[in-house]
Write a protein that binds this ligand. Structure first.
Ligand code: PLP
Length: 399
């Protein structure tokens, strides 16, 4: 009695709140543009063909013990190749300390904990805005956060000058989190030239870059191109941290497969860092579930399955890109006096529409269209069947 009387309900997660409101709405016209999960053009969740084939290959697998460091080596090695390139020296030299993680969230959480242990006085700089869970993850690891300028609401694009000022004005040797491609929630990424400038300034300041790569392939349809930012930092000889998630890129959402890797000066340092991260994971959750890891390992190490996967990533990215074009064209055809260029300029899963909280509320109440309060549209929820209805509704609330 009395033990938990002081426990009040936690604040609602902004994205889960949208899903709840959507599920409770009985309208046949309702559209969920909240959650960032890929859907096909009929609005259905997708299991990739490469995953189905990998499932068949691992069916009846005899080995279901928890994964030890040695068993997971393949999956981690292949993941690191996706980050740095398949022929990168990083892999050959064993300079990367990688571990499997519980999807992208778990990889970020492991890194935040690692940062607290070995740089307890440090901060983390997030882009403003960023994925809402970044705040929770680093807060729970007791790392204070700061933000750097990123999105400019007026131009609906990158505020590059302000971003560079913040990098220059941050104390030397600060930790910064970047989204290497398909920034969530804005869909706005720096250009190649801008990444080069950022990387150069990081050298000058001695900052540490941590890349949270949750959408590799979703910006351009090409896995290497979407890792370009990290490759630029690699060329400039930075040490780099990277969280990878297979939730979106392989559609493995609920399997929770990801990888945390930290680039080191040599293989000896990598071994030390790997053992520390493994120890952190061991105390938090022991080891990750093996099924998803076997799937990823199977796909990445079988050339046929891997090339099938690469094709399927492109199909997903292209479908989203086409829906951006259609949504923009429809708004323009309706005679909207507003500029909707940003819908097609932005990249990846999300469109930061510029809709106000009031307009977002009207879309939900009058049109049964649900998205987060910041006006972020998950483009994966837009289909041939609903894009006209959506464009009409947006036009109505923005006239
Ligand atoms: N990082 C970013 C920027 C994301 O948008 C997400 C998912 O929405 C994640 C990480 C983590 O996703 P998961 O833990 O499902 O891999």
């Amino acid at each position: 009695v009395g033990w938990w009387d002081h426990v009040a309900p936690a604040a609602k997660d902004p994205i889960n709140g949208v899903t709840e409101a959507f599920l409770a709405d009985p309208s046949p016209f309702k559209i969920n543009l909240g959650v960032g999960a890929y859907r096909d053009d009929k609005g259905r969740p997708v299991v990739l063909q490469c995953v189905r084939e990998a499932e068949a290959k691992i069916a009846g697998s005899e080995f279901l013990e928890s994964i030890s460091a040695s068993v997971s080596t393949k999956m981690v090695e292949e993941s690191v190749k996706l980050v740095y390139g398949k022929d990168s020296d990083v892999v050959k030299e064993g300079r990367s300390a990688g571990v499997q993680a519980l999807s992208g969230t778990g990889a970020c959480r492991l890194f935040a904990e690692f940062q607290r242990r070995f740089h307890p006085e440090s901060h983390i700089y997030f882009p403003d805005p960023t994925w809402s869970n970044h705040h929770n993850i680093w807060r729970d690891a007791q790392i204070p956060e700061r933000t750097y300028h990123y999105y400019d609401p007026d131009s609906k694009s990158l505020d590059f000058a302000a971003l560079m000022d913040d990098i220059k004005n941050a104390p030397d040797s600060s930790f910064f989190l970047f989204h290497p491609s398909a920034h969530n929630p804005t869909g706005v990424d720096p250009t190649e030239e801008q990444w080069r400038e950022i990387s150069y300034q990081f050298k000058v300041k001695g900052h540490f870059p941590f890349f949270d790569m949750a959408y590799q392939g979703f910006a351009s349809g090409d896995l290497d191109k979407d890792a370009q930012a990290i490759r630029i930092f690699l060329e400039d000889e930075h040490l780099i941290g990277c969280a990878q998630s297979y939730a979106k890129s392989m559609g493995l959402y609920g399997h929770r497969v990801g990888c945390l890797s930290i680039l080191c000066v040599d293989s000896k340092q990598a071994a030390a860092i790997r053992s520390q991260i493994q120890q952190i994971a061991r105390a938090m959750y022991g080891s990750p579930p093996v099924h998803g890891i076997l799937l990823v390992e199977t796909i990445l190490s079988d050339p046929n399955l891997k090339s099938l996967w690469i094709d399927e990533v492109k199909i997903m990215a292209d479908r989203i890109q086409r829906k951006r074009t259609t949504l923009r064209q429809n708004l323009e055809k309706l005679g909207s006096s507003l500029n909707w260029e940003h819908i097609t300029n932005q990249l990846g899963m999300f469109c930061f529409s510029g809709l106000t909280p009031y307009q977002v509320d009207r879309l939900a109440k009058e049109f049964h269209i649900y998205m987060t309060q910041d006006g972020r549209i998950s483009m994966a929820g837009v289909t041939t069947g609903n894009v006209n209805y959506l464009a009409n509704a947006i036009h109505e609330v923005t006239r």
